[in-house]
Design a binder for this molecule. Sequence first.
Ligand code: SAM
Length: 255
Amino acid sequence: MTVWNPETYLKYAGIRFRPALDLIERIPLGHCERVFDLGCGTGHLTQALQERWPEARVTGVDSSAEMLSHARAEFPKLDWLQADILQWHADEPADLLFSNATFQWVSGHEQLFPSLLAQLRAGGSLAIQMPRHTDDPGHVLMLETAMDPRWRSRLEPHTKRLVVHAPEEYWRWLSPHAARLDIWETIYQHELEGENPIVEFFRGTQLRPYIQALPEDEAKQFVNAYAEKIARAYPKESNGKTLFPFRRIFIIAER
Ligand SMILES: C[S@@+](CC[C@H](N)C(=O)[O-])C[C@H]1O[C@@H](n2cnc3c(N)ncnc32)[C@H](O)[C@@H]1O
């Protein structure tokens, strides 16, 4: 199981939180009493939800003890729950089920998303953002590097295929159950600074299981091999910055 490191994750907080803040902007809810943040991680977005709906009771749900302990320490007034979101059920009908950058780690969206929608009170919203970057070099080259014969046998068991479907699939699965649907995609053009910034970005998420699975010296070789490919795929621009296009899907389903 992946051990998350909140500090590494937060190094690119601006990029990671931007889509969540864009999603919150579009949620069509006025008054809200019960809100859950599924896969809340470090809790910063749970706090953003509490600020947006100060009258609500907001609970952050996550399976990672490391992430939750960071969230608890930083935002002690909020409510936190350690649980697997696949097993979890709302303890009362919710006004908002929110999730940023989490459901790509979990399969079975066709059944799962309608079942989440059913846990809302009438008029409530399910709001989900996931990266949809599996065709991008940053993702493809990571898999390619993991399949290098030097470490393939040890990394293959840790290769979790991210499962994010096309927007129209979500529309088909949710439209029979939703009063209204708002689904869109955005490709952010992130401008990154420094050496190997894309490798550093993925160090906080998808590289973690691989780095953890190898002894330290081999983990370094693996990251260096990935970094060489990334430097060719995303060369620095004339101003020294690295352009990092990143596609994300947004879903708001109202019950
Ligand atoms: C990329 S982080 C996103 C955290 C936060 N939502 C954010 O946007 O900053 C993904 C989070 O999902 C959590 N997660 C992944 N699978 C989960 C599951 N099955 N149940 C609960 N949490 C899960 C991880 O522990 C991690 O904190």
